[in-house]
Design a protein around this ligand. Structure first.
Ligand code: ATP
Length: 323
């Protein structure tokens, strides 16, 4: 059973003065158990709307959303204790310490102080736990927010853009934390438009554009299917290497400090052999992979589509912190 199941999800926001925006348009998604699942899409693609529907914070126009097998539109209370989430920046009291903040939140949920201490350690804040939140970096605040979502020790963690607004050091902290949580066997569902992070952080990825699923699968598969169909070859004598490979009939070119060779994936050994025959030994040979940014642009670009516009909000979504 998939931990998160979305079938035919559609959400249409009606505007006050007529017309409507279809934010999610027939989305099907299955998120397997364990690991980090990246839900990627450009701004306005419908990620937040999907997450809100999934957590039962807003009602979809049609479609089914299930968490751990439970319909979240009708029975969210049956799973809410097994799911932690951050849909918006969690509201923390800046004048209180990280520990105090979590203890206050925990008190509402019957969480012990020992569990709060454990959670602070889990998110790497044990040694700063008694400092005021206003002295924390953004990354630390975000980790504290994730700590708040972890208090119940949930099996599933749903985070909307957790790395948003963070500097590279903060992004790295979040990435490492989420990866560790996924390795423990939790299912971490994280929406993002930060493509470079996905590869290092996520095991699976789904790409959303204009409310529709474009592609979904293991990160390597999504990238591999669109790999450049070639190899990157590094060796000290670049020019000679190029001549030798071209002399053997291969389509090769110098690209930066390496040679790129167009060749099917199962022909790597012919590169090694051809070079070795001429006394050339390579220092690196790897498949030429399309980077996610390129894949993402290719997949989500629709020249016929108008640029997304800001629509007049007609529904005020309920506060969505720490479901
Ligand atoms: P972002 O990363 O910018 O938050 P997103 O992928 O999360 O983007 P959504 O916030 O789900 O996308 O928005 C999808 C579309 O629905 C956008 O066109 C947005 O303007 C519209 N939309 C979102 N919320 C509302 C609302 N409450 N009322 C009307 N339209 C809305």
């Amino acid at each position: 059973m998939a931990v998160i199941e979305i079938e035919g999800l559609k959400k249409e926001y009606r505007r006050l003065r007529g017309g409507s925006t279809i934010a999610v348009d027939g989305l099907d998604l299955a998120v397997p158990e364990g690991g980090v699942f990246g839900f990627l899409g450009p701004n306005g693609a419908g990620k937040t709307t999907t997450v809100r529907c999934l957590l039962g914070l807003i009602s979809p126009t049609s479609g089914i959303t299930r968490l751990l097998g439970v319909d979240t539109q009708t029975d969210i209370e049956k799973v809410i204790n097994r799911v932690g989430s951050i849909v918006e920046t969690p509201s923390l009291f800046p004048g209180f310490s990280g520990r105090k903040n979590l203890e206050l939140l925990g008190a509402l949920q019957g969480i012990s102080r020992a569990r709060v201490a454990e959670t602070l350690a889990q998110v790497g804040l044990a040694d700063r736990a008694d400092h005021r939140v206003k002295t924390y970096s953004l990354g630390m605040r975000q980790r504290l927010g994730i700590g708040a979502a972890l208090l119940k020790d949930p099996e599933v963690l749903i985070l909307d853009e957790p790395a948003n607004g963070l500097d590279p050091a903060g992004i790295k902290e979040i990435r490492e934390l989420l990866r560790a949580l996924g390795k423990e066997g939790r299912t971490v569902f994280v929406s993002s438009h930060i493509l470079s992070e996905v590869r290092q952080m996520c095991d699976h990825v789904a790409i959303l554009a204009r409310g529709q699923l474009i592609v979904s699968g293991a990160v390597e598969d999504v990238l591999h299917e669109r790999s450049g169909g070639g190899f990157v070859v590094k060796l000290s004598e670049l020019d000679r290497g190029l001549q030798v490979l071209q002399g053997a009939g291969m389509e090769a070119a110098i690209d930066g400090g390496a040679i790129s060779v167009k060749l099917p994936a199962d022909r790597a050994s012919s590169i090694t052999e051809t070079l070795a025959d001429q006394g050339l030994y390579l220092s690196e040979l790897r498949p030429l992979e399309a980077d996610l940014e390129t894949v993402f642009l290719e997949l989500t670009q629709d020249p016929a589509a108008p640029l997304p516009t800001e629509d007049e909000p007609t529904e005020t979504p309920s506060a969505g912190t720490n479901a």
